[in-house]
Ligand binder design. Structure first.
Ligand SMILES: [Zn+2]
Length: 420
């Protein structure tokens, strides 16, 4: 099948791609609070309808949203857009939220400014930009008379960047998601994903008794008495970080050869004033667990380390709370969907088979919920950024315009090349 004309049309209509990109990036979907999901849906839903899709807005029930321990406002509106032509289903996924804007931007994060062939904005790479490439692909397919070989099932989702109960998890539980899945949370690098770590937050509150610093024998210093607990936690960190997954990691400076668990003591809060002995000390650990680890075992070994620390501590009490952001999961680099992606990247980016690297990921993603609920590993991941240069989650997030167009072309190939 010849895609020359369609690919030329993508190049010829670059300005339409950039227009769509500007419109989706301009809507501030920073989470928390994540309050403008409905505006993104308002923007894109008519285009899906124009292309013959049936659309459904799925709003996450407030009691589910309440499980997420963050200040969230606004309805969590997800969009499901379906083509129904009796062909095999293909779910195509993007999330609409973006991480907050931190210091250090040289561009308007919502402005899609262009410099030296790159377009800058929060979410251009991760991953609202992919919504623009998807709509552009559908538009070019229609103009060029190309029919998708799939019944496309587009899922535009909420709250991926915070986890716990992302929109995609709800869509999977409610039967809106199907396997195989094309996840657009990837890159233009010649990389095939193999799965990722899960993510667990652990909040440990060590309790003492406050008193005047000038009469400290009247109290119990929770900060000082948290130290034996921290010592045990750091001993556990050393132990768990020795473990290795069977999943290899793409070579990168400082990276281990294989995916490994991570244990990070990330937050400590205690004390208000130097003349008050602190009554409590709160620690937050972010624990990344490999697919080979069982999350219940991970919780147990943390609880046991806390208990050992408490035996050596004079603290009055301790509370341990667990909040799982994401499970871990495996995805296949050899299923037909992954092969198809490899062919698309070869055709568009000129890669050869030798260029491809198969890798696990230390980050966590809502694809884990798809793997868990649908019991599938048939997930292929591609996006429009580049791991090393797009600065997803950083300041000056950007993509190459050439890569944005390449992504459109790959989608056209993925949707329209004949099924074997
Ligand atoms: Zn993302």
């Amino acid at each position: 099948m010849d895609f020359t004309a369609a690919f030329a049309a993508v190049d010829a209509h670059e300005s339409e791609l950039l227009d769509r990109l500007r419109k989706v990036i301009a809507v501030d979907t920073t989470v928390p609070p994540g309050e403008n999901y409905d505006q993104v849906v308002d923007l894109v839903e008519p285009e899906f309808k124009q292309h013959g899709f049936t659309t459904t807005r799925v709003v996450i029930p407030p009691e589910k949203v309440a499980q997420i321990p963050l200040p969230l406002t606004g309805d969590r509106v997800n969009l499901v857009a379906r083509l129904n032509n009796g062909k095999p289903p293909l779910s195509v996924y993007a999330h609409m939220d973006v991480v907050p804007i931190e210091e250090g931007w040289d561009f308007d994060p919502f402005g899609c400014e262009i410099k030296d062939g790159r377009v800058y904005g929060r979410g251009v790479a991760d991953m609202k930009g992919t919504i623009a490439s998807l709509l552009t692909a559908l538009d070019i397919m229609e103009r060029e008379g190309l029919e998708p070989v799939w019944d496309l099932n587009v899922l535009l989702c909420t709250d991926e960047e915070i986890g716990v109960y992302p929109g995609l998890y709800h869509l999977a539980l409610e039967g809106y998601a199907t396997s195989p899945m094309l996840c657009m949370e990837g890159s233009q690098d010649p990389v095939l994903r193999l799965g990722s770590n899960g993510s667990l937050d652990v909040t440990i509150t060590v309790k003492g008794k406050s008193c005047h610093s000038g009469a400290n024998y009247l109290g119990v210093n929770a900060l000082e008495e948290a130290v034996p607990v921290m010592v045990e936690l750091l001993a556990l960190k050393a132990k768990v970080e020795e473990r290795r997954s069977k999943l290899p990691l793409a070579p990168a400076p400082g990276a281990p050869s294989h995916l490994r668990p991570m244990f990070n003591l990330d937050i400590i809060n205690s004390g208000v004033k130097s003349n008050i002995v602190p009554a409590s000390c709160r620690l937050v650990i972010n624990r990344r667990f490999i697919p080979e680890e069982n999350v219940e075992d991970v919780k147990t070994e943390i609880q046991e380390a806390v208990d050992r620390g408490m035996e050596k501590s004079k603290a009055l009490d301790v509370e341990v709370e667990f909040s799982q952001n994401y499970p871990s999961y495996y995805q296949s680099a050899t299923h037909p969907g992954a092969q198809r992606l490899r062919e698309a990247l070869k055709l568009v980016q000129g890669y050869s088979d030798d260029d491809f690297v198969e890798t696990g990921s230390g980050g966590s993603t809502d694809m884990a919920f798809i793997a868990q609920v649908l019991k599938t590993d048939e997930i292929a991941t591609v996006g429009l950024g580049r791991q090393r240069e797009s600065k997803a989650h950083g300041s000056n997030e950007s993509v190459r315009i050439e890569d944005a167009k390449a992504h459109v072309k790959e989608l056209i190939y993925y949707f329209c090349a004949p099924l074997n």
